[in-house]
Design a protein around this ligand. Structure first.
Ligand code: PLP
Length: 409
């Protein structure tokens, strides 16, 4: 199928960007590693639909890489943000919304006795590490091999511009392998400040792996035995799997947790939540940012958490995600294609068996995007609570034809 979409505007913007933006674009939203059929620039979003700069429409299965959970331009969230914006956003001190949001998070998330706010997930994971070190007076932190915790020098997946010293105090374990965590803890000796972990294994480019509850409990026990902090990086999963920390359903509470992405439905906000054991460390560290106290995103956060509960958003995502998974698996089978569809249904990831260089995944995604399904070949997808049956039917029409192209080469 030739690409039916007009790409004029995107092509022009890419050319202009190449002159004034290093590499033409950077970071996780760079379209450079994606098939050329992907638009780089986006214009608009509403509910589960987005439009690129040329006005081509897509059903959005990336949700801005996670922040949009209730759908784009959610009326209740946007009204709360507008009402706050009419008063003020960035002032000499935070607005009352900060206290209200902290109270709401403490009431919503079981392990939380307090909350602090920032802007991005990297701020939150870095703050968790800093607080753990301040509270314990120790240096070493364990992370899983291949896990993504942000783009600061201590955790960026691309080493350019970083030094070995940036990671000198990190140790590594394998996700879901308690023996490897035990030996990393032993290696850290009496200098272990924290173990950081994501709710499930969602490393980009790999089939996803749900957490073994025994592994989660084992990490909790290791932290209890050593006095280290258990840090849950809920930046990507938070408020998509559960209205509380993502490990509440398996009964494991971290000491500290990092949040961002979905907590304000696309408004820029991150949070660190913690228990009373780490309140002292959290009070001691100096962490701040020019925009960390701005009130609009906090008002949006309050409205988002309210709407997640009022609208049964988690259940809505589970339902939509379940329909999508069943439809896609049935299509792959009917085309005789062997696919892995992994992870929770709200955050699925699709790969083709034996597709070492992502060639089939890229072809599938490119054929999907041409047909108006905004999926991704190397990153988990995100289902929002705004997805209707019509949206799912649209995606499934696109994926069925994309599978046919993959099958026929
Ligand atoms: C698990 C996890 N931690 C941390 C981050 C970093 O968040 P941010 O890009 O907002 O700094 C991300 C972002 O994708 C993430 O998925």
């Amino acid at each position: 199928m030739t690409d039916p979409r007009d790409r004029t505007c995107d092509t022009g913007l890419r050319k202009r960007a190449a002159a004034v933006i290093p590499g033409g674009m950077y970071g996780h939203q760079s379209a450079r590693p994606l098939p050329p059929e992907y638009p780089q620039f986006m214009r608009e979003g509403r509910g589960a639909r987005v439009w690129d700069a040329d006005g081509n429409q897509y059903v959005d299965l990336m949700c801005s890489y996670g922040p949009v959970v209730l759908g784009h331009r959610h009326p209740v969230v946007d009204a709360a943000a507008r009402a706050q914006a009419e008063l003020a956003d960035c002032q000499n001190g935070p607005g009352p919304a900060m206290v209200e949001l902290a109270e709401l998070l403490v009431a919503t998330v079981r392990h939380a006795d307090w909350a602090m706010f920032a802007k991005n997930g990297t701020d939150a994971t870095t703050m968790c590490a800093t607080i753990a070190r301040a509270a314990t007076g120790r240096k070493r932190m364990l992370v899983a091999h291949g896990a993504y915790h942000g783009a600061a020098p201590w955790c960026t997946p691309r080493p350019a511009g970083t030094t070995q010293e940036d990671r000198a105090n990190l140790g590594y374990y394998t996700f879901n392998d308690l023996a490897s965590a035990r030996s990393a803890v032993a290696e850290a000796g009496d200098d272990l400040a924290a173990i950081m972990v994501s709710p499930f294994r969602h490393d980009a480019g790999f089939d996803q792996e749900l957490v073994d509850p025994g592994f989660a409990m084992g990490l909790r026990e290791l932290c209890d035995a050593t006095g280290a902090a258990l840090i849950l990086d809920d930046v990507r999963c938070g408020f998509r799997l559960h209205l509380g920390s993502s490990w509440e359903p398996i009964g494991v509470d971290p000491d500290l947790s990092a949040w961002s992405k979905a907590i304000a439905n696309g408004y820029p906000l991150a949070a660190v939540l913690g228990n009373d054991r780490f309140r002292g460390g959290a009070s001691d560290v100096f962490v701040t940012g020019s925009f960390w106290f701005s009130a609009v995103a906090m008002a949006a956060g309050i409205a988002t958490i309210g709407a997640l509960a009022d609208e049964g958003a988690i259940e809505a995502m589970e339902r939509a995600g379940g329909l999508l998974r069943d439809g896609i698996r049935a299509q792959a089978k009917s085309h005789g294609l062997d696919v892995n569809y992994t992870g929770p249904v709200q955050m699925p990831y699709l790969t083709f068996a034996g597709d070492e260089n992502y060639a089939l995944g890229k072809l599938f995604a490119a054929e999907g995007i041409k047909r108006g399904a905004y999926i991704h070949p190397r990153h988990n997808w995100f289902v929002s609570a705004a997805m209707t049956d019509d949206d799912i039917a649209h995606v499934l029409r696109a994926t069925d034809e994309a599978f046919a192209v993959v099958k026929n080469g």
